[in-house]
Every structure is written in structure tokens, then in C-alpha cells.
Design a protein around this ligand. Structure first.
Ligand code: ATP
Ligand code: MG
Length: 340
């Protein structure tokens, strides 16, 4: 799993369950992956495949009625964290073993999250400056308002927003600017890892392109490691170093971005890429994937993609293929690539 690199985050065998009236659905099913430091991991796949559940599990913020049922999330902490409520020594820490107070010291400071729906994350009654003050005070109650506002202004400048607008309220900003403010808030405490969950879905394509460019630039400016969740593969082509393709709560392919776009290995990744328009070859027919993903409450045996897969074999209906390295640096969960 890209073992040779310096990993900021290592996820081992992570599973999340949602208990619903219809039964138990696995939102994340035995996922293992690494996120190397200062790299961007893109996470893509159809709606409902578990992208947000994976992102939120890393923050231990799985939405009700979800629950992390097993796994390890190993995060590398560079410097000792000491707050009024928690002390965490530097080194590798299993986030799933921390108590809630310790986890609160990690959220925002070490790992920050930009949620899928930014509109509901800003308080309409509070100025942008107040948002920054609250986030910074939650982590360090001794910080003075003035210092927090100074930091807010610096961040806003970096995001192309007039710093004097710290006194404005969220409704006084356009959608794109509000999303920039959300990104700024996520960066307020200088996190090491930023998880961005569909950060541009609610925006028009031009603003989306601008914001994605800015996110990519911020990564270098702030020395960030990123997990960028999106169903838009075009976006990942420009921003991600590696891409995890998810299908029905599992990772089916994990490859460097260039390799994936040049030659996707998993049949689902192949189908997904054929459904992305290619501006350099507009004559190419766009494909769609026949069928729909199976119901997670009644999971299929074997590889869950088998009813939609043009290469399905008997074994695919019986045995779940493990995610294994089939070419240097490329991991695939598909019987086509497994010996025997
Ligand atoms: N609050 C919930 N209650 C019950 N089941 C849920 C809940 N949230 C998610 N799930 C289950 O977990 C699966 C994964 O959901 P998740 O939100 O992680 O998908 P996603 O890939 O982020 O989708 P989208 O692209 O639509 O945001 C869903 O298919 C659903 O079965
Ligand atoms: Mg989602």
C-alpha cells in the first residue's frame, strides 16, 4: 500500500455500520489505505459508496446512526499536543483508541474537515471574524480576539477575500466566497491533514475550477496532506497524486492518478472513466454503467460489482477479492488480476 512512502495516515481494516430500520448497512467495509505526507489522495465513486463515511470516520464524526465497528486509524503526530483537557505524545497514534477529549484536541488542529454542505456549517448570526475567534478559542481559550482576527485576515487574503470583510455576515458573501471562508476556517489552526468532502459541489463550474486551483495552491502554501472526496474524476485528474476508487463501501482500486487515467485496472474504474467526457477526444462515445449499485442492507456475496461487470467469472459471485498490489504502486481488488 505505497509502503515505501512517509505516511501521515494509515487506515487498517476500517468498518463502519449504520443500523437502520431495514437492517444493518456497512457504510465502510474493511478499508485499508495509506495517505503519504504532503500528497493528495482523491476518493471517488458513485453516490452512496461510502466516501463521506470514510472521511468522517477519520475524524470520528460518523453521522448517527453510524458506528465504527473495527479497524485502526494510525495518525502521525509531529509534536506533542498539550491542551487544558488532553495531552498526546508525538508519534504514531491510533485515533480509534483516543477518548473524546483527546479527539477534540486533534480535530481542527491536526485534522480538519470541510463538509459537503457548507451552507449549513456557517452560523448566519455570526460574522466571519467571530467564526474564526470561536474555532481558535475552542482550541486555545487564552488566545486574544485581536490575534484570532489577525490570523483570520491573513487567511482571507490568502484566499482572495478582502480582509476587511471579517466583520461581514455569511449572507453578505457569494456562494464561492462562503466556500472560501469554509476553507479558511478549516485552515485556521494550521492542520496537517485536510479532508475536503465535495468542497465545490454546490458551486457553478467556473467558481468550482477557481476554488479547486486555490485548494491545490493552498496545499503547498500550508504544507498540507489532503483527502479530496468527489464524484468528479476530472477534478481529481488535476489535483490528486493518488486516487482510491470506491464501490459499495470498499476500495476497489488505489493507483497513482496518472496510471489510473492512462490504464484503469478494475472494471468499475474502467467504466467510471469511460463516463467522463474527454475534451481532447470529443468524438469518443461516453459510456454509462448498466445497472445500479446493490443495496448495502442486503450485500451480495463475492465482488459486489459482479452483476454489472462485463468480465464476471464464477469466483466473482462467491469470494470477495482482496485489495492487492498487482503492478508497482497499484492496488486492485479484482479476481481478473489474482493468480489462480
Ligand atoms: N445517516 C445514515 N443512515 C443510514 N445509512 C446511512 C447514513 N449515512 C450513510 N448511510 C449508508 O452508508 C452508505 C454510504 O454513505 P455515504 O454518505 O458515505 O456515501 P457517499 O459516497 O458520500 O455518497 P454521496 O456521493 O452521495 O455523498 C449509504 O449508501 C447508506 O447506505
Ligand atoms: Mg458524501
Amino acid at each position: 500500500m505505497l509502503e515505501s512512502e512517509n505516511n501521515l495516515l494509515e487506515i487498517r481494516d476500517l468498518s463502519v455500520e449504520y443500523k437502520t430500520r431495514r437492517g444493518v448497512a456497512k457504510g465502510v467495509d474493511a478499508i485499508s489505505l495509506n495517505v503519504p505526507e504532503n500528497k493528495t489522495l482523491g476518493v471517488a465513486g458513485e453516490s452512496g459508496c461510502g466516501k463521506s463515511t470514510l472521511g468522517r470516520a477519520i475524524m470520528r464524526l460518523v453521522a448517527y446512526p453510524g458506528r465504527i465497528i473495527s479497524g485502526d486509524i494510525i495518525f502521525n503526530i509531529e509534536e506533542d499536543i498539550v491542551t487544558s483537557n488532553a495531552t498526546i505524545k508525538r508519534g504514531q497514534v491510533n485515533l480509534l483508541k483516543l477518548n473524546e477529549k483527546e479527539m477534540r484536541a486533534i480535530r481542527g488542529k491536526e485534522i480538519s474537515y470541510i463538509f459537503q454542505d457548507p451552507m449549513t456549517s456557517l452560523n448566519p448570526m455570526a460574522t466571519v471574524g467571530t467564526h474564526f475567534i470561536e474555532i481558535m478559542k475552542a482550541h486555545d481559550p487564552t488566545i486574544e480576539d485581536e490575534k484570532a482576527i489577525d490570523r483570520a485576515k491573513k487567511i482571507l487574503i490568502g484566499l482572495g477575500i478582502n480582509p476587511e470583510r471579517v466583520t461581514d455576515y455569511p449572507h453578505q458573501f457569494s456562494g464561492g466566497m462562503r466556500q472560501r471562508v469554509m476553507i479558511g476556517l478549516a485552515l485556521a489552526l494550521k492542520p496537517k491533514l485536510l479532508i475536503a468532502d465535495e468542497p465545490t459541489t454546490s458551486l457553478d463550474v467556473i467558481v468550482e475550477a477557481q476554488i479547486l486551483e486555490e485548494i491545490a495552491a493552498l496545499k503547498d502554501k500550508f504544507n498540507l496532506t489532503m483527502i479530496l472526496i468527489t464524484h468528479n474524476l476530472g477534478v481529481l485528474a488535476q489535483t490528486a497524486d493518488n486516487i482510491a476508487i470506491m464501490y459499495t463501501s470498499r476500495v476497489v482500486e488505489l493507483s497513482p492518478t496518472l496510471d489510473l487515467f492512462e490504464k484503469p485496472l478494475h472494471p468499475y474504474a474502467q467504466a467510471l472513466l469511460q463516463s467522463v467526457p474527454d475534451v481532447t477526444h470529443p468524438e469518443k462515445q461516453l459510456a454509462w454503467i448498466p445497472g445500479a449499485p446493490p443495496d448495502l442492507v442486503n450485500p451480495l456475496p463475492g465482488c459486489m460489482y459482479h452483476p454489472r461487470c462485463p468480465h464476471a467469472m464464477d469466483i466473482c459471485t462467491q469470494i470477495v477479492p482482496p485489495l492487492v498490489e498487482v503492478e508497482p504502486g497499484r492496488l486492485v481488488a479484482c479476481h481478473l488480476y489474482l493468480e489462480g
